[in-house]
Design a protein around this ligand. Structure first.
Ligand code: ZN
Length: 313
């Protein structure tokens, strides 16, 4: 029995949020449908932030509604606050990904409040969700960004990550995301942080979110796999990065992650050829976007079969 891994596409949110060109709504929906068709079962389709703040997400409503029509797809969205949660509930999104920073400085710059205040906001969000009729309650996930490093504070103490992980779970988080927002992590640190968090969270599932900024994204995935993590965020073509840091890359490349896991014998449920083909759709809609990815560049090895289809040697 192969270990099942859940791959979660975050490119439509994490990848597009800093991209200056608006991606047409129809292209976003085509991307979501094509990637769901390749076997990706969970997609963070947008962010419920004011369009004035991030114009890229001005179409959050039609994107959410369109994605919800795709059978079998878990549709998630990022929320920064209670108002975002309210919108998500109204739209009927399946899961709300609330995000706060473990680094107080980053949280202050990002949402103008301390990390402790953000935990209080999360409690209010859970209360709001639980006040809805059962069928209208989305899952509520607590995201810990800058958990493996912060561009203001540098390395973050493991005890800080554990402290906020425990607080989010006590507040009602049904899942956690531990994120290396700025791509500072190394595999030894990943092991230390995820082991410490997993020791405290009980049965609450924990997902890993890595950026490949310094080339250690897949190595960090392997370290998290060793700790027992089975949910990973990634973005098609590694979309993302900072417009003020040329060459800086975004999330772990979904196609490369899928190739690695398939090769190692994990069950991703994804058809890699179909997944790679989705890139053409994205580059046609956003020709100015730089696409990363080793598998798309080099191709699959000659005679490649995922581990499950290989004959015993
Ligand atoms: Zn990210």
């Amino acid at each position: 029995m192969r270990q099942k891994i859940t791959l979660r596409e975050v490119g439509l949110r994490d990848g597009l949020q800093i991209h200056p060109t608006f991606m047409p709504t129809a292209a976003k929906l085509a991307w979501i449908a094509a990637e769901a068709g390749s076997g990706i079962s969970e997609i963070e389709v947008t962010s419920y932030v004011p369009p004035k703040l991030i114009p890229q997400f001005a179409d959050a409503q039609p994107v959410t509604e369109g994605a919800l029509r795709i059978a079998g797809l878990m549709v998630t969205a990022l929320i920064p606050n209670l108002r975002g949660a309210q919108r998500g509930i109204e739209l009927g999104v399946h899961k709300l990904n609330y995000v706060m920073s473990v680094s107080d400085t980053h949280n202050m710059k990002n949402v103008r409040r301390s990390s402790a205040e953000s935990v209080t906001d999360f409690r209010d969000i859970v209360t709001l969700v639980r006040s809805q009729p059962g069928h209208a309650q989305p899952l509520v996930c607590g995201g810990l960004s800058t958990a493996l490093g912060c561009s203001y504070e540098g390395r973050i103490a493991v005890s800080q990550v554990v402290k906020y992980a425990v607080q989010l779970i006590e507040a009602g988080a049904q899942e956690l995301i531990v994120a290396d927002t700025v791509g500072y992590a190394d595999p030894a640190q990943v092991r230390a942080v995820f082991k410490a968090v997993l020791a405290e969270v009980g049965s609450v599932p924990v997902a890993a979110h890595f950026h490949d900024t310094r080339g250690l994204g897949l190595a960090n995935v392997c370290a998290a796999l060793d700790c027992g993590i089975t949910r990973f965020d990634a973005s098609l073509a590694g979309l993302g990065g900072c417009p003020f840091a040329p060459g800086a890359s975004g999330n772990v490349v979904m196609e490369d992650l899928c190739f690695m896991l398939d090769s190692m014998g994990y069950d991703t449920g994804v058809d890699i050829d179909q997944l790679v083909a989705v890139r053409a759709l994205v580059s046609a809609a956003l020709p100015d976007m730089s696409l990363q990815g080793a598998i798309a560049r080099a191709g699959l090895p000659q005679g490649y079969r995922v581990a499950a289809q290989r004959l015993p040697v």
